[in-house]
Design a protein around this ligand. Structure first.
Ligand code: FMN
Length: 243
C-alpha cells in the first residue's frame, strides 16, 4: 500500500490490501513487484508478464565506469544489426520511466541503407532551402553523410503531438536504448539533425512515415563500431549550487 503512487490500495476487513479506486491506478505494477511473498496480483497486469529480478546488478564502480566510457560513435562497420538485437534494445527502452506510466511512445526503426540515405538527403534539402549551412552542404557534396554518418540503423522515438511529456519520455527511453546498445558493444550516436529537422520539415516526416498526430522527439544512429576508445575525455568543471 505504501509504494502505490496513487494510493489506490487499502486494507479490507480481513486485513488484506484491496484496490479502492480502480480509476486512479496507473498500472505501474509496483504493488505486485514489491510483494515479498507473491501474495498480490493485479487484474490489469498478468502475472506472467512480470520478470524476475536479476540475480546480480553492477556495482557503483562498474556502473560509473560503464556510463563514463560511453561515447558518441560516428564510424560504423557496414553490417546491419540483427532484428533480435533491436527487439531486445526496444524491450529495454519500453521499461524506461514515462510520466504517469503513460507509455505513449511510438518507435520507428529504419535498417535499409537506401532509406537512411534518403532521410539524410531530405534533411540536407531542408538545410539547403534554409539558405544557411554552407559548410555542411559542402561536406554533403563531398560525399560524407554528416546527418546519419552512414549508420546501418536509425531508431526514432515519437510521441503524440498533444502529449506534454513527449520530449522527456523519448529522451529517457532513447537513453535506455543507447546504454543497452553500448552494453552489447554497439556504437550509438544521437541523431540531432534528423530530430530538429523532422520537427519543421514535413517531407522528412513523410520519409519516416511518422503516424498522423505524432511528433518526432528524438533519434539514434546505431551500428557495429569500427573503433574502440582508450580514454575518457575531460569535461567542463561542474556548475552546481548546493542550496
Ligand atoms: C540531443 C543530442 C543531439 C546530438 N546530435 C548529434 C548529431 O546530430 N550528430 C552527431 O554527430 N552527434 C550528435 N550528438 C552527439 C554530441 O555531439 C556528443 O554527445 C558530444 O560531442 C559529446 O561527445 P560524447 O557523446 O562522445 O561524450 C548529439 C548529442 C545529443 C545529446
Amino acid at each position: 500500500m505504501d509504494v502505490c503512487p496513487s494510493r489506490t490500495l487499502a486494507l479490507n476487513e480481513e486485513g488484506f490490501p484491496e484496490e479502492v479506486s480502480e480509476d486512479k491506478c496507473i498500472l505501474c505494477g509496483q504493488c505486485v513487484a514489491v510483494c515479498a511473498s507473491h501474495a498480490l496480483t493485479h487484474s490489469g497486469l498478468p502475472e506472467g508478464d512480470f520478470l524476475p529480478m536479476p540475480k546480480e546488478l553492477p556495482t557503483p564502480a562498474m556502473m560509473d565506469g560503464f556510463l563514463m566510457s560511453r561515447r558518441s560513435v560516428r564510424t560504423f562497420k557496414d553490417r546491419p544489426i540483427a532484428r533480435e538485437t533491436l527487439e531486445a534494445l526496444l524491450d529495454v527502452a519500453r521499461r524506461a520511466p514515462t510520466a504517469s506510466n503513460s507509455q505513449k511512445l511510438h518507435w520507428i526503426v529504419v535498417g535499409d541503407a537506401a532509406k537512411i540515405h534518403a532521410l539524410s538527403e531530405e534533411s540536407v534539402n531542408w538545410i539547403r532551402s534554409s539558405g544557411n549551412g554552407a559548410a555542411m552542404l559542402e561536406t554533403w557534396e563531398s560525399g560524407y553523410d554528416f546527418v546519419l554518418r552512414g549508420a546501418p540503423t536509425v531508431v526514432v522515438a515519437c510521441a503524440p503531438a498533444e502529449y506534454g511529456w513527449g520530449k522527456q519520455d523519448c529522451s529517457i527511453a532513447l537513453t535506455f536504448l543507447e546504454l543497452a546498445a553500448e552494453a552489447r558493444g554497439l556504437g550509438v550516436c544521437w541523431a540531432g539533425y534528423l530530430t530538429r529537422i523532422a520537427a519543421v520539415h514535413a517531407p522528412l516526416r513523410q520519409a519516416l512515415s511518422v503516424p498522423e498526430g505524432y511528433v518526432v522527439c528524438g533519434g539514434l544512429m546505431l551500428g557495429e563500431r569500427k573503433y574502440s576508445y582508450r580514454r575518457i575525455p575531460p569535461r567542463k568543471p561542474l556548475s552546481v549550487q548546493w542550496n
